[in-house]
Design a protein around this ligand. Structure first.
Ligand SMILES: Cc1cc2nc3c(=O)[nH]c(=O)nc-3n(C[C@H](O)[C@H](O)[C@H](O)COP(=O)(O)OP(=O)(O)OC[C@H]3O[C@@H](n4cnc5c(N)ncnc54)[C@H](O)[C@@H]3O)c2cc1C
Length: 422
């Protein structure tokens, strides 16, 4: 009979959160296995692709404070790996000054002594020439922004985890996590991780299964978490040749977020020559196993194209993007993360999920938090009450906020091929 494999920690799901968690656990000298249902670096989840915005600005003061630490951890990991995954840029947050999220960004940054420069539309257009800002807008500039090169960053954390002794295994789907060995039930506290290829014994388990979290949890004590997968689309647009230089990092083109009924985001032309990324922070509800992997070109045409005509007037070919790719968000009702123990798991199963379309920039910090919860049972440096599962017992909408959440859901089951404009 084959000997059963045993690990201190098994991490389920090898996106950015699972890869960072495996790295943190391995670095501390524990045995760890990172399991992924598809190939490593596949394109069906949330962590693939060229870039993710990183910025210190948030309306919630707790994220501003977490970002200070996240930046530090990104720099540390880059140093250890010996190559860069962060390209720094200035960051712009702009919109109408009455926008409540924008107002909260100013106050959250001030609370944490982050310098925010406030520019008039004329001043901002002068400094960032491709943009045309409407006269009634306000533009906030911070120095701590830019992008993380997404797939490269996931690969970096997997390589670092491997270097510290982690075992990495892809094409291994976890079917169930068996709690029968729990101490309260007379067992020794160990967990059985059941995969398509057999089961593995672990002392602790970290679940970082992204948009599949709810599907997996239903098998374990029938746990229901309010995590809604959304099908979203990223897009790259052609810059007019004569102004292409204005969009470069060298010329100071920033990463940016536009706050309004629609939340738009983008960054300097970097990943693909002559193209600039501009996309809408929104999506359609979907089933992660059933969705068609096609971009939603209709929303790009209806919402992003007119935005480009207003804010990057005639500098970008706005009729249709050169490149568009589907991706997935896992939304919680308050768009705050879930970082907590699974109920009834005696503190042995930790969940990191519901990153709501803005988690990548905090990957290394989330990895550290999840490793601390799994190995030490606590983590004192972040206000975990904002990320608890219990917050939904008190209020099904979760944390109460004084402003509108940025991501809009559209309740359509699937992006249909007839929604594609070619
Ligand atoms: C288009 C787009 C733009 C974004 N922009 C930003 C941004 O600018 N800034 C930012 O900070 N964040 C951004 N985000 C959000 C960020 O990318 C996500 O929050 C983050 O990638 C979530 O990572 P994850 O590890 O939780 O999920 P995933 O990357 O989806 O990883 C989960 C993994 O678990 C695996 N898995 C699931 N079930 C099982 C199972 N049963 N057995 C084994 N493996 C399993 C999956 O295959 C998957 O690989 C964006 C997301 C998208 C889609």
């Amino acid at each position: 009979m084959e000997k059963q494999e045993k690990f201190d920690v098994v991490v389920v799901g090898a996106g950015i959160m699972g890869s960072c968690s495996a790295y943190e656990v391995a670095k501390r000298g524990y045995s760890v296995l990172l399991l992924e249902q598809y190939d490593f670096l596949h394109r069906r989840g949330s962590s693939h692709g060229e870039t993710r915005t990183i910025r210190i600005t948030y309306p919630e003061p707790y994220y501003v404070s977490m970002m200070k630490e996240a930046f530090r951890l990104w720099y540390k990991a880059q140093e250890e790996a010996g190559y860069r995954v962060h390209t720094p840029m200035q960051h712009l947050d702009f919109g109408h000054p009455s926008n409540s999220s924008l107002q909260e960004v100013i106050s959250a940054c001030s609370m944490h002594s982050i310098h925010v420069e406030t520019l008039t539309p004329d001043e901002a257009s002068c400094r960032f020439p491709p943009f045309s800002f409407p006269d009634d807008h306000v533009v906030l500039v911070t120095q701590e922004g830019g992008v993380i090169h997404a797939s490269k960053a996931v690969a970096m954390f997997q390589a670092l985890a491997l270097k510290h002794g982690a075992v990495l295994r892809d094409r291994t789907k976890v079917l169930n996590i068996d709690l029968l060995g729990m101490k309260g039930e007379g067992g020794d506290g160990s967990i059985s991780i059941v995969t398509e290829q057999g089961s593995i014994i672990a002392r602790k388990c970290i679940i970082t299964a992204g948009a599949w979290t709810q599907k997996l949890l239903r098998h374990i004590h029938n746990v229901e978490l309010p995590i809604q997968p959304l099908h979203t689309t990223i897009a790259y647009w052609k810059i007019e040749d004569e102004v292409a230089h204005e969009f470069s990092v060298k010329q100071g083109f920033p990463s940016f977020a536009y706050y309004s009924d629609t939340y738009m985001y983008g960054n300097a032309s970097l990943e693909l020559p002559g193209l600039v990324k501009v996309a809408l922070h929104s999506g359609f509800t979907c089933d992660p196993d059933e969705r068609a992997l096609i971009p939603d070109r209709k929303t790009l045409k209806d919402v992003v194209s007119p935005w480009l005509d207003t804010f990057l007037k005639a500098k970008v070919k706005s009729d249709s993007p050169v490149l568009a790719e589907a991706c997935m968000y896992s939304m919680t009702p308050d768009q705050d993360f879930i970082l907590d123990f699974l109920p009834m798991s005696e503190g042995n199963i930790v969940i990191g999920a519901g990153f709501s379309g803005h988690g990548f920039k905090m990957g290394p910090l989330v990895g550290r938090i999840l490793a601390d919860l799994a190995l030490n049972g606590s983590c004192g440096y972040v206000p975990l009450e904002y990320f608890s599962i219990a917050r939904f017992d008190q209020n099904s909408k979760g944390n109460v906020k004084a402003y509108e959440e940025p991501v809009r859901h559209v309740a359509v089951e699937q992006v249909k091929p007839d929604a594609v404009i070619t």
